[in-house]
Design a protein around this ligand. Structure first.
Ligand SMILES: [Zn+2]
Length: 405
């Protein structure tokens, strides 16, 4: 009986809980802050770079002892900039074909798939695949490249498996802002048979017009056009580039980014045409080489254009500011072979390079020491880029140079 009574008390204690002091330790209830009456503006950052080349010395650098390839270390110092953007774009100027292939550099580019892995690792979100080298390995090369990019979930535009695929325009949703990115090339080094023209997008203005119209119809608030054009090693646009630019603006492109000359050409702002929500657009005639083995003056310089876009929540109007990050590609022999690394070129203005612990190769931890010649080349690249960027605009904004981590 006593036992039953004891159990009963315990039972009651269990359910009523004699000690409720712990409730006092709970944070007191605070009403959530009032919901703002006005919706917030949306801000996005788009980072755009130039040509992503893969010469044979680049894949030789990437070859590991076990026969695999790894290009990641080349992007070490620009990765924070690219992955920090909401959308990072570049032009893939080679073909991919999978293991078991004989890789090749110029003139018929074919690179290890690890080249695409490194782009993903560096933070690229979208690639243009149409350029004078897209057809270097013919239809098979175009199809295999598409397959490898799809396997890595990298969106791209400019090469297609079917005519239907070519005619369907995709819209990207970046923080609720709807963007179309369309890519076209002026030429292919190897001509395509007429019945296979759908494999690649060429600069054909009626086609560009049709695509922009489709993009707007599908809700694109901003249209970016990527062109591959111009004269190699020319530091200003030729009459063809200027003519196509004017016509593309009239077709309603909001931003035009381009490549191929292997050197940087100026940027220009223009009055928007047809987009009532954007006052002015921007054309970058050539963004130069972002990653390549061309290591003479001007070809070793690249630039990251950062487009900071704001959508006003009140009236849906867009405004933007631009920032430029000049880049320089280290490509020289270190111990046993030639190594590559892309630097924010303005680091050469500061004393940071000497105190930076740099490796040419992650796996082997081979130290990378820049000579006075390298530092001068890097500084020259920054100076040249600032000069060319300032050619057509009075006051370009250069990004505040971030100190290396
Ligand atoms: Zn090209």
């Amino acid at each position: 009986m006593l036992l039953l009574r004891t159990l009963g008390v315990l039972f009651l204690c269990f359910f009523t809980g004699p000690d409720q002091s712990y409730i006092k330790s709970l944070p007191s209830y605070r009403p959530s802050p009032p919901v703002p009456l006005r919706p917030q503006n949306t801000q996005i950052q788009i980072a755009v770079v130039g040509d992503l080349m893969c010469h044979s010395s680049q894949y030789n650098f990437a070859r590991q002892a076990d026969g695999s390839y790894n290009f990641n270390s080349a992007y070490e110092f620009v990765k924070p900039i690219l992955s920090g953007a909401d959308l990072a774009l570049g032009n893939l100027e080679t073909t991919l074909s999978g293991p078991g292939t004989t890789y090749s550099g110029y003139p018929g580019f074919c690179s290890p798939n690890a080249y695409a892995d490194a782009l993903v690792d560096a933070g690229f979100d979208w690639l243009s695949t149409t350029n004078n080298h897209s057809y270097d390995k013919f239809e098979k090369g175009i199809r295999l490249t598409i397959k490898e990019l799809q396997a890595r979930n990298i969106p791209f535009h400019g090469t297609f498996e079917t005519a239907a695929q070519r005619d369907s325009i995709k819209i990207w949703d970046i923080k609720g802002i709807k963007i179309a990115i369309l890519a076209y090339t002026q030429f292919s080094n190897i001509p395509l048979p007429a019945e296979k023209r759908y494999l690649m997008n060429f600069i054909d203005l009626p086609q560009v017009e049709l695509d922009i119209k489709k993009a707007r119809k599908k809700g694109a608030e901003l249209v970016i056009v990527h062109y591959h054009w111009g004269d190699e090693y020319k530091r200003e646009p030729n009459p063809y580039q200027r003519d196509i630019t004017q016509k593309t603006i009239k077709l309603g492109a909001d931003f035009i980014f381009a490549g191929h000359p292997h050197v940087i050409e100026p940027v220009e702002k223009y009055k928007s045409y047809g987009n009532t929500n954007l006052d002015s657009g921007l054309v970058a005639y050539s963004l130069g080489n972002f990653f390549s083995a061309q290591n003479w003056r001007h070809t070793d310089a690249g630039v990251i254009i950062k487009l900071n876009i704001t959508k006003n929540a009140q009236n849906n109007k867009f405004s933007f500011t631009t920032e430029y990050v000049p880049t320089w590609v280290f490509s020289d022999r270190v111990q046993d072979k030639r190594y590559f690394k892309i630097f924010p070129a303005e680091w050469a203005y500061h004393g940071w390079l000497d105190s930076l612990s740099m490796t040419a190769d992650y796996a082997k931890k081979i130290p990378l020491k820049l000579s006075a010649v390298h530092k001068n080349k890097m500084k020259q690249a920054a100076d040249d880029t600032k000069y060319v960027m300032e050619l057509y605009r009075a006051r370009p904004q250069f990004a505040k140079v971030a100190k290396p981590q």
